[in-house]
Design a protein around this ligand. Structure first.
Ligand code: KG4
Ligand code: ZN
Length: 337
């Protein structure tokens, strides 16, 4: 380690994953993640339990990130943290630790926007998209189309006006009696089902925006009617139901992505966020990209779900631009780019 090296500890604590990562000169050395299982029995993330679990997990996770990196904490040149968007109590745990650590080591603080970091996860490993590209960020909390002009120059060109697509997966899964989070289970059952078995409405919002709350209601009423006729309807049709719901959600995602590509004339396409693990979305998008001649980028699953490596990547670019924050920085539950 020379005096010009940039080594950053990054912390992610916006929702229900506690994560820490060390990045040296733009190369991510590790990505330690503690997943909170406490929420499963409640069918969703319970904010108060999430912040308590962050308090328990944060120091062990940071300790592991530093001790497996091969550098000492005295060699760190900055501390980065997720400032928002996210759950206020969860964010506070990460921000407070980062401030104390930066003060103790007398090194600068870097605040990172979680959604910008999801996009920058594409720069952790090769192949990397070239600018400008369009990133479809799909998770349990967000659904956004982002035009990325440069590492820190991004614009949200479309986003959901209500539920995120991951929420639509999880809420419809719940109606089918599946445990939380239902997205991965819908994906599994869908593989055995017919996507055209049942037709659910495709919601079309103006411009490049999305709405995913309608499908939840459509599935609710559809199941209510079917169950009146046949109480075993769900059990007898689970794969077809999952395949049809998934098909509709993918359709909605891709209609706007195609519109965005047309509007901006960009052929570099990336996806990010937990829902990009969905095998139906991956297959449909891969085929679409092949037909349209787009270059498609899908990061490793570890970097799609919430993780500190993506925060570290964003922090590295902010460090290069000298974008630091003072000790008076506060977390933001809602945060724009
Ligand atoms: O990015 P993420 O790990 O956390 C945030 O929400 O920030 O995304 C979690 C979301 C959940 O809604 C989960 O059900 C969904 O991603 N998900 C999936 C799959 N794997 C995770 N949805 C559909 N198919 C999957 N294979
Ligand atoms: Zn996220």
């Amino acid at each position: 380690m020379g005096t010009n090296d940039i080594s950053i500890l990054a912390i992610e604590s916006s929702c229900d994953e506690t994560s820490a990562s060390i990045i040296v000169n733009g190369k991510v050395l590790n990505n330690i993640v503690a997943t909170q299982s406490v929420h499963e029995k409640y069918g969703g993330v319970v904010p108060e339990l999430a912040s308590r679990a962050h308090q328990e997990n944060l120091i062990p996770v940071i300790h592991e990130a530093i001790s497996t990196s091969g550098i000492s904490k005295e060699q760190l040149t900055a501390v980065a943290f997720t400032r928002g968007p996210g759950l206020m109590g969860s964010l506070l745990v990460g921000v407070s630790f980062a401030k104390a650590f930066a003060r103790a080591l007398d090194i600068p603080l870097i605040d990172v926007n979680h959604m910008q970091a999801h996009v920058l996860a594409h720069f952790i490993e090769d192949p990397k998209p070239s600018f400008p590209f369009i990133c479809l960020t799909v998770s349990g909390g967000h659904t956004q189309l982002v035009l990325v002009r440069d590492y820190l120059d991004m614009e949200v060109i479309g986003e959901t006006q209500d539920d995120a697509v991951g929420e639509a997966f999880d809420k419809t899964a719940k109606l089918l009696g599946l445990p939380y989070p239902g997205g991965p289970l819908v994906d599994q059952y869908a593989k055995e089902g017919n996507p055209k078995a049942f037709a659910f409405p495709v919601t079309r919002m103006p411009g490049l925006n999305y709405s995913f709350s309608g499908i939840k209601t459509a599935v609710l009423y559809f199941l209510r009617d079917q169950l009146q006729e046949n109480p075993n309807f769900i059990g007898e049709n689970l794969p077809d139901l999952c395949a049809s719901i998934q098909y509709t959600l993918i359709e909605m995602l891709l209609i706007k992505l195609k519109d965005a590509v047309k509007q901006y004339g960009v052929r570099e396409i990336a996806i990010a966020g937990g829902v990009s693990a969905n095998s139906g979305l991956r297959a449909t998008l891969t085929e679409l990209a092949r037909r349209k001649g787009w270059n498609l980028y899908i990061p490793k699953f570890e970097y799609c779900t919430d993780n500190a490596a993506m925060i570290a990547m964003a922090a590295h670019y902010k460090y290069l631009k000298g974008e630091f924050v003072g000790m008076d920085v506060t977390p933001l539950a809602k945060m724009k780019f």
